[in-house]
Design a protein. Structure first.
Length: 284
């Protein structure tokens, strides 16, 4: 049953996907004006040129996603009428080149398990193009869950992680529902925590019930190197804790990056949580 997937089943995606025509876009809640980055201070040449962010005329709330893991939300003094209710996402590579990823409708909701009046902005991943290619940057993912809502910040991190690795076989097993809940899971609320399929060595991307790779039974089918790069990218763009399983090949057992122990029922998917992005908000 392919209830939620929006891409071909078991397709081997070995060729680049030409999809500049497949763009659209949106997304969580803000911090304070001119808040500092949450994590490490800027000490390297990788520091984004913030002046360039504010000098250009901005007419829509824009997320700047930098190659080094930093995310900047720019809020204009006035949002152009046609852009109200939407957020724009832009990826910026190490040379400063910009890649527009789309403008997306945001869904403002009461924060699930939050205080009365506490708002979260969600985006529906089903409204995000599943394929993208521009120069050397590309991604392809599918949604294999009805929990298709991320929040405004985690969408930026998802984009950043995908463009870090440029894989064409990312399988998403869900974040949250439209109201911020995550039934049957308890931990995937408000679009923060997500699940992903383990990456296969043959790079096939399957969809539907029972298509997730079980690394307890078929560890040889796991692409260990690519999976570690994907884990590293997800960590870099904000998810600081992961739950998963061990990999045993030829009687040698090892952990994937950022996974410290076996977690029950995580032999068939990677769970990401403890979302703490390198984030800053700028109000113009």
């Amino acid at each position: 049953m392919l209830l939620f997937c929006t891409t071909a089943t078991a397709a081997k995606l070995s060729l680049p996907i030409d999809s500049l025509a497949t763009r659209t876009g949106t997304t969580t809640k803000s911090a304070a004006k001119a808040t500092l980055f949450r994590r490490n201070p800027d000490t390297t040449a990788n520091k984004p040129k913030l002046n360039a962010v504010v000098k250009q005329k901005v007419e829509i709330v824009t997320y700047k996603i930098y190659f080094n893991g930093k995310i900047i939300k720019v809020i204009p003094k006035k949002v152009k009428e046609e852009f109200k209710g939407k957020y724009r996402y832009v990826y910026i590579d190490k040379k400063g080149k910009k890649y527009e990823l789309g403008d997306y409708k945001i869904y403002k909701i009461q924060k699930y398990r939050g205080e009365a009046g506490e708002i979260v902005n969600l985006v529906n991943l089903e409204e995000v193009p599943k394929s993208y290619k521009n120069g050397t940057f590309q991604y392809h993912f599918n949604m294999d869950s009805p929990r298709s809502y991320v929040n405004e910040q985690t969408l930026a991190s998802f984009f950043g992680a995908m463009l870090e690795v440029n894989y064409l076989d990312i399988g998403c097993n869900g974040f949250s529902h439209k109201d911020g809940s995550s039934k049957p899971s308890r931990s995937h609320i408000n679009g923060n925590n997500g699940d992903f399929k383990y990456l296969r060595a043959d790079k096939t991307l399957e969809c539907g019930v029972g298509t997730s790779l079980n690394i307890n039974k078929a560890a040889d089918s796991l692409d260990y190197r690519r999976q570690n790069k994907w884990n590293d990218a997800l960590y870099k763009f904000g998810w600081k804790k992961m739950l998963g399983w061990t990999v045993t090949v030829n009687k040698k057992t090892k952990f994937l990056h950022h996974i410290t122990h076996k977690t029950t029922n995580h032999h068939h998917h990677l769970h990401v949580q403890n979302y703490e992005p390198h984030f800053k908000e700028i109000k113009l």
